[in-house]
Design a protein around this ligand. Structure first.
Ligand code: NAD
Ligand code: UFG
Length: 337
């Protein structure tokens, strides 16, 4: 298939581009490079043998995005482009609503205008909120989102579901990611966060490289195995492979379908830290801090639907996730350049 990948130079998008190209799909990337850079394209080429066609376009710019649709005929879209920092979304919510909702509306309008009727959308486990017992099941629907970022994901899911009700030819797969971590095992692609990372594994990576002196563990009094927060971590290459299955699934059904993408297992903050220590061969210092506002104790996926519908199961465990993350950190001390 000829696939438009928005946000394709970003962390998950770039790994997905490699898997799509390696599976024989054609990839055209649109990204405004707000949170990624042009050199990612060379890395994708190194891994797949193909340099995807690239447009430096902001999806908020309807006219420029339309040029991309005029110049290419797409079979499907995978929509990663978005802002993703939970804390920042509480400080500048308008920017998040504008980018993640208005930008997406431009894309959906152009898909309609140019007759593109298959889309895979990057949603998040955050849409479950803290209303439900684990494991989170797709049939729960939505919980109360606790931040504007999460609300943009929920709104996009609702918008795409409504579009499917109005257009019987449309196929939308709404993938609810749990916690993607790790890097391509070559050390050539990986996550390059801006500034001090908010997320656990990028933060641990900077402790391992000596850039930060200790991990701040946010809370050790949750009702979990060791009191620290439990999450469902998934290797980014497994997540990328799930997108290849999802885009192929789009050809087999009509309507909107929500699917969790996780490992189905939960690991505590300290368990992840210890796995990372094993991967890098060092003891990594940590201190206990108060709970982080908005965090829940435990979050992991029910993965039965992904297995049943997509025939998808993860292949990489927490040790592999930490080993690959560390390899990328060591091989790219200045990020992707
Ligand atoms: P990322 O920031 O690495 O990638 C997103 C890409 O989108 C970046 O390259 C950025 O430059 C681009 N972008 C942002 N706004 C744009 C715009 N207006 N026009 C064009 N390009 C734009 O993030 P990621 O971790 O790869 O996440 C990809 C998607 O998955 C996002 O929608 C994110 O919300 C979602 N998601 C991520 C996680 C996670 O933990 N990483 C979890 C759940 C969902
Ligand atoms: N944590 C720390 N110290 C840190 C960073 C995180 O102790 O420096 C803890 C958190 O308190 C939490 C766990 O590590 O218990 C995971 O936190 P992350 O920030 O890595 O991830 P979250 O689960 O909070 O959120 C992530 C993405 C969201 C997405 C969600 C889906 O950031 O975009 O997963 O489950 F919506």
């Amino acid at each position: 298939m000829k696939i438009l990948v928005t946000g394709g130079t970003g962390y998950i998008g770039s790994h997905t581009a490699v898997e799509l190209l390696s599976s024989g799909h054609e990839v055209i990337i649109v990204d405004n490079l707000y949170n990624s850079n042009i050199h990612v394209l060379d890395r994708i080429e190194k891994l797949s043998g193909i340099k995807p066609k690239f447009y430096e376009v902001d999806i908020l710019d309807y006219d420029k995005l339309e040029e991309v649709f005029k110049e290419n005929t797409f079979d499907a879209v995978i929509h990663f482009a978005g802002l993703k920092a939970v804390g920042e979304s509480c400080i500048i919510p308008l920017r998040y609503y504008e980018n993640n909702i208005s930008g997406s509306l431009n894309l959906y309008k152009l898909m309609q205008k140019y007759g593109v009727n298959k889309i895979v959308f990057s949603s998040s486990a955050t849409v479950y909120g803290d209303n439900y017992p684990v494991p989170f099941k797709e049939e729960y629907g939505y919980g109360d989102t606790t931040n504007p970022y999460g609300t943009t994901k929920k709104f996009n899911e609702i918008i795409l579901s409504d579009l499917c009700k109005a257009d019987e030819n449309l196929s939308c797969v709404l993938l609810r990611y749990f916690n993607p971590i790790g890097s391509h095992e070559s050390g050539i692609l990986g996550e390059v966060p801006n500034g001090i990372p908010n997320n656990l594994v990028p933060y641990i990576a900077k402790v391992a490289s000596g850039e930060l002196d200790h991990l701040r563990v946010f809370g050790d009094d949750y009702d979990t195995v060791d009191g620290t927060g439990v999450r469902d971590y998934i290797h980014v290459v497994d997540l990328a492979k799930a997108h290849v299955k999802a885009i192929e699934y789009c050809t087999k059904f009509k309507g909107a379908d929500v699917i969790n993408v996780g490992s189905g297992k939960g690991y505590s903050v300290l368990e992840v830290l210890h796995a990372y220590e094993k991967a890098c061969g060092k003891t990594l210092p940590y201190k206990i801090y108060p709970r982080r506002p908005g965090d829940i104790a435990t979050c992991y996926a029910d993965v039965e639907k992904a297995k049943r519908v997509l025939d998808f199961e993860v292949e990489r465990d927490i040790n592999k996730m930490c080993e690959d993350s560390y390899r990328f950190t060591v091989m790219n001390p200045n990020g992707i350049e």
